[in-house]
Design a protein around this ligand. Structure first.
Ligand code: CTP
Length: 401
C-alpha cells in the first residue's frame, strides 16, 4: 500500500525526535521514498547524518541553500510529495504553522504545500494543554491538517499527561489510513453546504443557523477516499475542505446555477440548508422605519436544487443524497421527502432547539432509502460523514459488480 509513495518527513526539535529515526526506517522498509527535512532545533536531538543514512536520501534543512534551489525549489519540494508528516511536531512548530510563518524550510513547506499534512505533536503536558496550543491545533484542524496523538504517559521532563508523541506504529497506521481506502478514486461528487442568504435589502437577508460543518466533513471524507469534490458553499465561517474545488455562493439561485454547472457528477450530497423562500422584489436602498409602519414582503419559493438534480433525465448523478432537517415526525417526514424529491437516500436529522445539531459538532441521523431506514447512533459530524461516505462507496461497488 505504501510502496512507491513519496513522503516528506519533517523532524522538529524535541526529545521524541529519536523515535522519528525509527519512523523513517520503517517507512523506507515499506518502499516509501522518504524526503527528510529537519529544523535547526531538531539537530540538537538527532544528527542529519543518521537521518540521511536511514532515509537513503539527503536531508533538506536550509531554506536558502542555493544548490537545492537550482535542483528543486522549496515550493516544488512542498508539492512533490504524496504526504507531509511532521514528527515530532513541537509546540513552536505547531504555532508557526497555525500563524502562517515561513521563516525556515520546514515551516515554508507547510505554508506552500497543496499536499495533505499529518502531524504527531510532542511536548510537555502544560504546553499541550495551554489554550494557545489548543487554539493552534483547532486552527490547523479546520484547514484539514490531521493529527496522530499525542498520547498520555510519562514524559522525558518527569511529568505525566498528554503530550507524548504517538508511537511509531500508530503514526504508520495513520499514514496507511491516508493512503488506504481510495474506493472513490476517479469519481466526481458535488457537495452543497452551509446556509443560503436571500436578500431583503442591501443590509438584511433571510438566513438560517447552518454552520457548514456537516457538508465540510462529508467533502473531506469523500476526498479522503480519493474522490474529486466540487464544494458549493453558502456563507460560513469555517474553512472549505482542503483539496476541493470551492464555489462560494450566497443565494439559493446562485447555488442552483453552481450545482447544475458542476454536472456531470457520479454523486451529489445536498447538505446545504437552502432557504425555502426568497423576497420577490428586493429593495435597492436600505429600508427605513416609517412612523411605526411594519414592512411586508412578497415571497416566492426558491428552486428545489435537490429535486431538480434528482429528476434530471440526462446527467443525473448515480447517487443523490439529500438531508432532511426536521423538528418533528422525523422518519415520516424523511420518507415523504425521499419520494417527493426523488433522491436515493435521505439523511434525516432532528434540528429542534436544544439538539445543537445546527451549528454543533455532533449529529444523530436516520438514513432512509426505499429499502432501509437505519437509525445511526449520535456521533461527531466527522464520524457521520465517514459512515455515510463508506456506505455510498459500498453502493457504488455493488453497482459496479
Ligand atoms: N433543498 C434544496 N433546495 C431547496 C430546499 C432544500 O436542494 N430549495 C435540499 C436540502 O439541501 C436538503 C433537502 O432538500 O438536502 C431537504 O431540505 P429541508 O430543508 O429539510 O426540506 P425542504 O425541502 O426545505 O422542506 P421543508 O422545509 O418543508 O421541511
Amino acid at each position: 500500500m505504501l510502496n512507491g509513495k513519496k513522503v516528506i518527513v519533517i523532524i522538529t526539535g524535541g526529545i521524541a525526535a529519536y523515535k522519528s529515526l525509527e519512523l523513517v526506517r520503517k517507512l523506507t522498509q515499506k518502499g516509501v521514498k522518504v524526503i527528510p527535512v529537519m529544523t535547526k532545533a531538531a539537530e540538537n536531538f538527532v544528527t542529519p547524518m543518521a537521518v540521511s543514512a536511514l532515509a537513503q536520501e539527503k536531508v533538506f534543512n536550509n531554506l536558502f541553500d542555493l544548490t537545492d534551489e537550482a535542483e528543486m525549489g522549496h515550493i516544488e519540494l512542498s508539492r512533490s510529495a504524496d504526504l507531509i508528516v511532521v514528527a515530532p511536531a513541537s509546540a513552536d512548530f505547531i504555532a508557526k504553522a497555525a500563524t502562517g510563518q515561513a521563516n525556515d524550510l520546514a515551516s515554508t513547506l507547510i505554508l506552500a504545500t497543496d499536499t495533505n499534512v499529518l502531524m504527531a505533536p510532542a511536548m510537555n503536558v502544560r504546553m499541550w494543554e495551554n489554550a494557545i496550543t489548543q487554539k493552534n491545533i483547532h486552527t490547523l484542524n479546520e484547514i484539514g491538517i490531521k493529527f496522530a496523538g499525542p498520547n498520555e504517559g510519562d514524559m522525558a521532563c518527569g511529568e505525566f499527561g498528554y503530550g507524548r508523541m504517538a508511537e511509531v506504529d500508530e503514526i504508520l497506521e495513520n499514514i496507511e489510513l491516508h493512503f488506504g481506502n481510495k474506493k472513490l478514486k476517479g469519481r466526481h461528487f458535488i457537495v452543497t453546504s452551509g446556509p443560503t442568504r436571500e436578500p431583503i435589502d442591501p443590509v438584511r437577508f433571510i438566513g438560517n443557523r447552518s454552520s457548514g460543518k456537516q457538508g465540510t466533513a462529508i467533502a473531506e471524507a469523500l476526498i479522503q477516499k480519493g474522490a474529486k469534490v466540487t464544494f458549493v458553499s453558502g456563507p460560513v465561517e469555517i474553512s472549505p475542505p482542503f483539496g476541493s474545488k470551492v464555489i462560494k455562493v450566497e443565494t439559493a439561485d446562485q447555488m442552483y446555477e453552481a450545482v447544475h454547472s458542476a454536472l456531470p457528477a457520479d454523486g451529489a450530497f445536498f447538505t446545504a440548508a437552502v432557504a425555502d423562500w426568497k423576497v420577490i422584489k428586493t429593495k435597492n436602498q436600505k429600508l427605513k422605519k416609517q412612523n411605526g409602519m411594519i414592512p411586508t414582503f412578497d415571497l416566492s419559493e426558491t428552486e428545489d436544487i435537490l429535486a431538480s438534480v434528482s429528476k434530471l433525465k440526462k446527467n443525473r448523478p448515480k447517487m443523490v443524497i439529500g438531508f432532511a432537517a426536521e423538528t418533528e415526525n422525523i422518519l415520516i417526514n424523511a420518507k415523504s421527502k425521499l419520494k417527493k424529491k426523488g433522491c436515493d437516500f435521505i439523511v434525516a436529522n432532528d434540528v429542534s432547539l436544544g439538539t445543537q445539531t445546527m451549528g454543533g459538532d455532533e449529529n444523530t441521523a436516520i438514513l432512509v432509502s426505499e429499502e432501509i431506514s437505519e437509525q445511526l447512533p449520535t456521533m461527531s459530524k466527522r464520524a457521520l460523514a465517514e459512515t455515510l461516505v463508506e456506505k455510498i462507496s459500498q453502493s457504488f461497488e455493488e453497482m459496479d459488480a
